[in-house]
Design a protein around this ligand. Structure first.
Ligand code: M6R
Length: 369
């Protein structure tokens, strides 16, 4: 039931610290992590993996896009991330020793199931391993995969995916640590440090959700917009993609996302005083690059709405609105930066009076092609 909340999306947004803690339960208590979190046979299967293929749709695809940065950076494994509906019809070239990962809230998305079947056929005889990151314990995807990791988000009722996404990301970070360890890319000290960061994550998420009151006036300003542009760089580019998807899905505002370095290759032509530009701008290694991209936007009178963090050092000013997240969370920053984008979409939808939990034309689980 909804309890004190008005909508499922709102309830599910605020449940995130708790369900992320649940998802990480087996990890948080432990001194070290083990492949067996993904199934008994992972101990024997993971050491053979030399490359990764991630297949998913929509929000789950964005989780895969974030995970690519983690897996390549921390575990040193090459990763391809593919939209399931495209992958299933492409005669791609299969490599050997591939870990094929499907990511899905429902475990019943028709395109993702078909993509997994297609991947199995293409990788036949090439020693592939299949893993499903899924929120439904008994689903087509978990049944058809050798290994599984369950996101313990609980039932997600709102069509817009919120807690499924952040629990997927948490799970994928655990996978990254496990594979890094198997590969000898993770020292004992690094493992202990990442585990500490994961243990702190639910509390850090709670802090970010407290920004809701600062976000509400932004939602008021967005309510009569027709378009919005979301920008991010590096690991925060997929977060921008997710922000744009959420906004269009529940408010029907046309939103696009770009890796900010692409601006001057086309989309900058869209920017004028009527175009709000939302930037995901934590203080990571690309912040100076992003800042110069944002100056290009400001020079064309685009109105900037910046989700920064304490260390970013961008000042609020004429046409520049800034909300600072409390801390810079390093590699876990994408999880925290997702939350204000969910809140921005939610409150903009309320302002516009759209059906938050059941947006037009969409179904919760897309079980047909
Ligand atoms: O159940 P799945 O995770 O496989 O669903 C995939 C997409 O249909 C889903 O994430 C969709 O994009 C969400 N409604 C977005 O909020």
């Amino acid at each position: 039931s909804l309890g004190l909340f008005d909508h499922y999306m709102q309830k599910e947004t605020f449940e995130q610290p708790e369900v992320v803690a649940n998802t990480l339960e087996m990890v948080s208590g432990a001194q070290s992590i083990s492949p067996q979190l993904f199934g008994a046979s992972a101990l024997e299967l993971f050491p053979k993996i030399t490359n990764i293929l991630i297949l998913a749709c929509g929000t789950s695809y964005h989780a895969g896009m974030v995970a690519r940065y983690w897996l390549e950076d921390v575990a040193g494994i090459p990763v391809n991330v593919e939209i399931a509906s495209e992958y299933r019809y492409r005669k791609s070239v299969a490599q050997s020793n591939t870990l094929i990962i499907t990511i899905s809230q429902s475990g019943e998305t028709a395109d993702t199931i078909a993509a997994l079947q297609h991947a199995k056929e293409l990788h036949n005889g090439l020693s592939a391993v299949t893993l499903s990151i899924c929120n439904a314990p008994e689903s087509a995807l978990t049944r058809q995969s050798q290994l599984k990791f369950l996101t313990r988000a609980g039932p997600e009722i709102g069509v817009a995916s919120t807690k499924a996404f952040t629990t997927q990301l948490s799970s994928l970070f655990v996978l990254t640590l496990v594979l890094a360890k198997v590969n000898g890319h993770l020292s004992v000290a690094q493992e202990a440090d990442y585990l500490k960061q994961l243990r702190h994550l639910p509390a850090a998420m709670q802090q970010v959700l407290l920004l809701e009151d600062q976000i509400k006036p932004w939602a008021k300003a967005f309510a009569d917009k027709d378009h919005a542009l979301f920008l991010g760089r590096g690991i925060h580019w997929p977060v921008a993609m997710e922000g744009a998807l959420k906004l269009k899905e529940i408010t029907y505002i046309h939103a696009e996302s770009y890796a900010a370095g692409e601006l001057k290759h086309g989309p900058l032509a869209l920017v004028d005083e009527k175009m709000p530009v939302i930037a995901i701008a934590p203080n990571d290694g690309l912040i100076e690059k992003l800042k110069s991209n944002l100056q290009e936007v400001r020079a064309r009178s685009g109105e900037l709405y910046i989700f920064a963090d304490r260390d970013t050092q961008i000042e609020t000013g004429e046409g520049v609105h800034v909300i600072n997240l409390p801390d810079h969370a390093g590699l876990l920053s994408p999880i925290l930066h997702t939350l204000p984008l969910q809140l921005l979409s939610y409150h903009t939808a309320l302002e516009r009076g759209t059906d938050v939990d059941k947006p037009r034309n969409l179904a919760k689980s897309v079980t047909v092609e």
